[in-house]
Design a protein. Structure first.
Length: 396
């Protein structure tokens, strides 16, 4: 073989090698696209789910009593500490009793006089009665004596009533607390002139253990709740006489004691379309004060066949409807339009669109679309602790 022939053979061999290399590269590039995408799925199962609703509200005192004087006079003493606890019937103020004590003494004297007159009139009637039978005294004289005796008896009763009134007014000079609770600031000091049943209260006593919490619920939500109970989608805990309620305070902390739902208002507020619900909470440490803003979590009931779907497996379409991608029995992806009720932790409570046994894709959503055949594997949640543990090693 001459020199030119050798060059042609070398060129042919080089071209053949290049073609084989290109073919191998093409196959290598096409291999991943030809394989099935791998996705992580969660297999759904039904189980009872406890449902609660969170509503805004404010605290109110269990009982409120405004202290007002029932007699006129000058305040001599204030007998309580502002902001302190008082007992029922504890004396709060002392009004000058001098005039009322004098009135009691005067009425005692009037009663004694009336009783003396009654005694005289009764003796006169007793003396005239036999004389009337012998006609030594006229019948008219006897009748007048009887009338005088009866009038004296009435005067005694009137004097007793006047004495009772004077004694009551004397008692009212001691202004007492009508209830047990926390007393606020005093609006008067010693030396102030007060009048009976005045408009301004001397002080206010509030009982805050237990304490009320009033919350508002939409009438639409109330109708939905009743409809769910009637249809059997939601079951009430029949072992409890009333719904349980927990509180979240304004700073985000949970109140450590549980309350109960006391009653629901029977009318709907026309301006807001809401219904007022009242709960009662124990408050032994007086941590809750009247007027505080809180959020009440009310136990609605139990969904016996609740279906919970991880939030990462639920997206929304262009219409805003919640959707999920599901791997069917043929390992192909299906798009489901859902109807959700609420979030429960990091999951959605789904009422329509999915059922127990469905495999919902939670990882690899961006690599698939409806109709694509995939390879499904069970989803393994990675805890925050493991993520933090691996982060430093990755940095190294």
């Amino acid at each position: 073989m001459n020199y030119n022939g050798m060059r042609r053979s070398a060129a042919v061999l080089t071209l053949a090698a290049s073609a084989l290399a290109l073919a191998a590269c093409s196959k290598t590039a096409e291999a991943p696209s030809a394989g099935k995408p791998e996705v992580s799925v969660v297999t759904l199962a039904t189980h009872p789910v406890v449902l609660t609703t969170e509503l805004p509200g404010r605290t109110l005192a269990y009982r409120v009593a405004e202290v007002r004087p029932q007699v006129n006079g000058i305040v001599k003493k204030r007998l309580f500490t502002e902001g302190g606890e008082v007992k029922a019937d504890q004396q709060l103020y002392q009004i000058d009793p001098s005039l009322y004590q004098a009135s009691v003494d005067s009425q005692k004297a009037a009663l004694a006089r009336a009783e003396a007159q009654l005694k005289t009139a009764a003796l006169l009637v007793k003396r005239y009665k036999p004389l009337t039978e012998t006609r030594a005294v006229s019948r008219q004289t006897y009748d007048d004596a009887v009338a005088a005796r009866d009038q004296a008896a009435a005067d005694v009763q009137s004097a007793k009533a006047a004495l009772d009134t004077a004694r009551i007014n004397l008692v009212y000079t001691k202004v007492l607390s009508p209830i047990e609770g926390i007393i606020g600031r005093s609006s008067v000091t010693e030396g102030a002139l007060v009048t009976a049943n005045q408009t301004d209260a001397l002080a206010s006593v509030q009982q805050i253990d237990p304490i009320y919490v009033d919350v508002t619920q939409s009438s639409v939500e109330l109708l939905r709740l009743r409809r769910a109970i009637d249809s059997g989608l939601l079951q009430r805990d029949m072992s409890k006489d009333s719904a349980r309620v927990s509180l979240v305070l304004a700073d985000g902390q949970s109140y450590n004691l549980e309350g109960t739902l006391a009653f629901s208002e029977v009318t709907v507020d026309e301006s807001t379309g809401s219904v007022t619900l009242r709960a009662v909470f124990p408050n032994p440490d007086h941590k809750l004060l009247p007027g505080m803003f809180v959020r009440a979590r009310i136990l609605e009931g139990i969904a016996p066949q609740g279906l919970l779907v991880p939030q990462r497996g639920v997206t929304r379409n262009q219409r805003g409807q919640p959707t999920s991608l599901v791997v069917n029995a043929e390992n192909k992806v299906e798009l489901r339009v859902l109807k959700t009720d609420r979030t429960v932790g990091d999951q959605w409570l789904v009422t329509e669109g999915l059922k127990a046994g469905d495999r919902v894709i939670v990882e690899g959503l961006q690599r698939v679309q409806p109709g694509v055949e995939v390879t499904a594997k069970a989803f393994e949640a990675k805890t925050a602790a493991s993520t933090q543990a691996t982060a430093p090693s990755a940095a190294k």
